[in-house]
Design a protein around this ligand. Structure first.
Ligand SMILES: Cc1cc2nc3c(=O)[nH]c(=O)nc-3n(C[C@H](O)[C@H](O)[C@H](O)COP(=O)(O)OP(=O)(O)OC[C@H]3O[C@@H](n4cnc5c(N)ncnc54)[C@H](O)[C@@H]3O)c2cc1C
Length: 444
């Protein structure tokens, strides 16, 4: 056991925890006698995978990947990284059904957040592709599936580790013929234009994402680059192969000085990004890494935000409340609070998980360096705006939501807490996030 100062990827809200790395279910079970939370690769942005004064179970030793069956089923240890799974599966012609924007996540962390990718509008979040998982709870270890203990299966999806510790997960992978994606790119001069095109055309594409410039005001507010595509078949590319992406070879060695990312440098970066994208391009072959995980080329890139770190604010709102996205970007661009290119996606149908984030409509994720005095007030205002529109904030990105706002955004919280109490009657499973949001922790 070691004492460690832990943070999420945003490097805010640090706390000291005792960290252990259990190797099997028995060792996990033994650790569940006190206050505890699981941790994967620490890529959630806020305080979900840390526990001040408690025990953090690093899932790194919960390894193992089974053979992939003819219909794509694979059983993966909860501590296996997505990078390692893809290194094994891509050469055999299999890809994950859902991937977040980085391969540096663990399988346990993907379930903990019920992650979504660029294909939620068509294929939902990861929960829809899980056939079985092993969960160790304070009342014992159990196998969960959509048909066996379905209520607990779904309660665990997006539960941020609060129903137990997953040791393995069985997923259904998808077939790919190449390691390329055929991408269509379009540039739009303003937000209304890109949103209209996404509403009209996204369903024709398996994957879709728009990068929105939140620093431009006036008639070009929310100018955007929309990239959409699908896996290339062998006959669609000249040189078809199945190579796994390479691990990052560059790292950011030091914390950048706070202030490196200021309105001027971010505006300059956004300008360069926007101008370097083609106006319209069709069927451009991109590697899986370039299309899905562009930030993974540089390790520890969160250090660019300096010691104070950064907040990622991600919300979703129903389709009918698309103007909330426009209003959020308008508030940011007029406030002059620096924010990097935002990511805008469409969500399809929600799954039955009570704490899962996605619901049909729009989702916007904003990266905001900590520092400007106005920032907390702006984010509180965005919470009200999102809640008023029937939307919610993503817990995997959150470090600051207030408990009452959270409860109003997740109306099935009571159902979740009742299921949690069944498997964790003494409230051993808790985290800094759970304490802050009163998610069934005795400290709440
Ligand atoms: C660059 C970047 C891009 C991202 N893009 C996306 C995206 O496109 N879509 C998206 O949905 N998310 C995205 N994320 C967020 C990320 O996918 C989630 O936060 C994910 O949970 C991180 O996995 P992790 O292994 O790092 O988990 P951690 O951050 O360590 O933990 C996350 C949660 O999972 C729980 N957990 C971890 N292991 C287990 C286990 N064995 N059993 C039970 N619970 C467990 C933890 O308790 C915690 O609550 C992105 C993050 C980054 C840094």
């Amino acid at each position: 056991m070691t004492r460690q100062r832990l943070t999420g990827w945003g490097r805010t809200s640090a706390s000291l925890s005792s960290v252990i790395s259990p190797r099997n279910e028995d060792e996990v079970a033994a650790a569940l006698s006190g206050e505890v939370i699981a941790r994967g690769l620490g890529r959630s942005y806020g305080d979900a995978a840390q526990l001040a004064g408690g025990v953090v179970l690093d899932n790194a030793e919960l390894g193992g990947v089974s053979a992939i069956s003819a219909d794509g089923l694979v059983t993966v240890g909860a501590g296996v990284s997505l990078e390692d799974l893809l290194a094994l599966s891509i050469p055999q012609g299999w890809f994950v059904p859902v991937t977040p924007g980085t391969r540096q996540v663990s399988i346990g962390g993907m379930i903990g957040a019920d992650v979504h990718g660029k294909n939620h509008h068509r294929e939902g979040s990861i929960g829809a592709h899980v056939t079985e998982m092993r969960l160790v709870t304070p009342i014992g270890a159990m196998t969960l599936s959509p048909t066996h203990e379905p209520a607990l299966f779904w309660a665990t999806m997006g539960a941020m580790g609060l129903t137990g510790v997953l040791t393995s997960v069985t997923l259904r992978m998808i077939r790919i013929e190449t390691d390329q994606v055929l991408v269509d790119t379009d540039r739009f001069g303003d937000l209304d234009a890109v949103m209209a095109e996404m509403s009209r055309g996204d369903d024709a594409y398996r994957y879709s994402v728009a990068w929105v410039d939140c620093m431009t005001r006036g008639s070009h507010m929310g100018r955007a680059i929309l990239t959409r595509g699908d896996h290339a078949t062998a006959s669609q590319v000249d040189d078809a192969h199945l190579k796994a992406p390479r691990a990052a070879r560059l790292r950011v060695p030091l914390d950048a000085p706070s202030g490196l990312l200021n309105p001027f440098s971010i505006r300059a970066f956004n300008e360069l990004w926007f101008r370097s994208a083609p106006r319209h391009e069709r069927d451009e072959a991109q590697s899986l890494a370039t299309f899905f995980h562009p930030l993974d080329g540089v390790g520890d890139w969160n250090r660019l935000y300096g010691r104070r770190g950064f907040v990622q604010y991600q919300f979703c709102v129903p389709d009918a409340a698309g103007e909330t996205v426009v209003e959020a970007i308008s508030r940011l661009s007029s406030s002059r609070v620096p924010s990097f290119l935002a990511v805008l996606k469409r969500f399809g149908a929600a799954n039955p998980a009570p704490l899962s984030f996605p619901q049909p409509g729009w989702t916007l994720a904003l990266d905001l360096p900590v520092g400007p005095e106005k920032l907390p007030g702006i984010l509180d205002g965005l919470d009200e705006l999102v809640l008023g529109a029937g939307g919610r904030v993503y817990l995997a990105k959150d470090a600051r939501l207030a408990p009452a706002t959270f409860a109003a955004m997740y109306p099935r919280l009571g159902e979740f807490l009742a299921l949690k109490a069944r498997v964790d009657p003494e409230g051993h499973l808790t985290s800094d996030l759970a304490r802050r949001l009163h998610l069934g922790s005795p400290h709440g």
